[in-house]
Design a protein around this ligand. Sequence first.
Ligand SMILES: *[C@@H]1O[C@H](CO)[C@@H](O)[C@H](O)[C@H]1NC(C)=O
Ligand SMILES: *[C@@H]1O[C@H](CO)[C@@H](O)[C@H](O)[C@H]1NC(C)=O
Ligand SMILES: *[C@@H]1O[C@H](CO)[C@@H](O)[C@H](O)[C@H]1NC(C)=O
Ligand SMILES: *[C@@H]1O[C@H](CO)[C@@H](O)[C@H](O)[C@H]1NC(C)=O
Length: 574
Amino acid sequence: MSGPHSYMLSNSTIFAMSKAAMEPKILVFLLLVSYSSVLFNLALCAQPYQGKWKLLKRSIGISAMHMALLPNERIVTFDRTDFGPSNITLPQGKCIKDLQSSDCFAHSVEFDPATRAVRPLTILSDTWCSSGALSQDGTLVQSGGYRLGEKVVRYFKPCMDCDWEEDKNGLLSPRWYASNQILPDGKIIVVGGRYQFTYEFIPKASSSDQRLYQLPFLKETRYSPLVPNNLYPFLHLSTDGNLFVFANDRGILLDYVNNKVIRTYPVMPGGFSHSYPSTGSSVLLPLKLLSTDNENNTSTQDAEVLICGGTPPDSNEKANIGIFVPASKSCGRLIITAASPQWEMEEMPINRVMGDMIMLPTGDVLIINGAAKGSAGWGVSRKPVLNPVLYRPADTPSSDKNTRFEVLSPSMIPRLYHSTAHLLSDGRVLVGGSNPNMNYNFSALYPTELSLEAFYPPYLSSTKPRPSILTVRPGLKLGYKEKVSLEFTVEGNVNQGDVYVTMVAPSFTTHSIAMNQRLLVLALDEGVKKTPSGNYLVEGNAPETAALAPPGFYQLFLVHEGIPSKGTWVHIKQ
Ligand SMILES: *[C@@H]1O[C@H](CO)[C@@H](O)[C@H](O)[C@H]1NC(C)=O
Ligand SMILES: *[C@@H]1O[C@H](CO)[C@@H](O)[C@H](O)[C@H]1NC(C)=O
Ligand SMILES: *[C@@H]1O[C@H](CO)[C@@H](O)[C@H](O)[C@H]1NC(C)=O
Ligand SMILES: *[C@@H]1O[C@H](CO)[C@@H](O)[C@H](O)[C@H]1NC(C)=O
């Protein structure tokens, strides 16, 4: 096997060599490890799996529990602050002191995927199991956490040497295991949390933001107070501006302004729970924007949701007494704008709890990380699923319904509870975290993972040429309904019928939810033109409304014959 796997192997051999001078026993052990990974690699080569892995960093000093990508291409990631030392200290001997203790370790870092540099950041209060969103101006807004951190809102600006800023009273209610979504007006809605059957808006600007809104659905969908199976609800902004909220096994459409449930969707079939700790994952499938020739057409565009994985409702209870039941294999698709929505059910090739679902620039969905047995929580999952699975939503299923799924090349690192994944602008997927232990524990059955890896989807090793975007007009700033033109190059001739442009909203990923993840396929004008300089030009339209594309930063990708270019940032504004 070529490329990243051999890189990984040689890296561990180098590691072995440098240690060898110090400790001969370790050398023997590490050479054995290397030898067994040679055998493992040979075994893998026999498999026809697509996609590759590369270890980017053995340790970033923290376990990447929460992750976001900023418009300056940096990844910001953080963990929790309530378990003592991490493996990276705060800069310049800084320590955070409170009445009982002094903590000189960083629990958040900035990572530069280009140079692999790590910069420690300072969080002052506990961010454990919290939520976030990249705001419309490109600032990362994080909300809630645990104990002293439960009502805090934290801001991180994408600039050199910036650090976290905290607003201690940013929230009205404690938010631990809540979910966020950006709204068409640029505000962020924060929904739920443990024992919280309400939602609220941040930042607090108008009087309507000073209110707490009741949402009994969050109590009604609870499996039990101890094993809720409905935390970290899945949120998707529908194309009509209302909010789809899914918890446990069912969804509603919420008019969050008037605090009214306007639709109740059928229960997802199969008898599984899909929310924490029965953690599945959910995406809004690509929104294919239509060019509206008729401005009087007020009918809304369809929106479809895909939810995959989860567990039987009692999986967490059973795992706590040592019985690890298989996770769910099922995926359900629901057109949430349909007149009478019905679930379309499919089966994944592998059972999965705690999978992350990441939208690739092509519009396909990568299902990655997690386990095949047990549940989310400390020490309660077994059988790590090392193979990602690709889901092609646009494929027409055959009679056995499995042609949409493809099993991809496995990682060597289990990524269980508290792991993350995020799309990078170059088309790779960054994967990190995994800490199913109460604290940092490097000798546990599934040790705390401080590493970061990149997964290279199959399009990055295709023999087809990769297109590249040369210019985007009007440029970084993009208005609604504005004409957009992209000049690009690609080796060889352009296949006219196979060019499209996607816009991806960067997510805030934690606990298998990529909050605010959204992929739009732009409406293009007919035909790709050749420019005088021999490049290609494609023209189309920016999204029509903020319900289709809330204001903020997006990565623009040009896809030719299934191969995406690198992404270019655009900033869509009212
Ligand atoms: C983290 O630090 C501990 C204590 O110094 C050390 O034993 C452990 O190997 C380190 N882990 C990693 C992954 O660097
Ligand atoms: C939309 O409706 C208005 C008012 O009825 C009409 O004047 C206009 O021509 C219509 N536009 C189109 C594109 O049909
Ligand atoms: C109106 O728009 C919807 C969705 O945007 C589209 O499906 C429909 O064909 C359009 N109708 C007309 C009359 O243009
Ligand atoms: C690490 O995990 C193992 C296995 O669960 C446990 O026996 C050990 O006490 C843990 N160590 C620490 C430091 O928590």
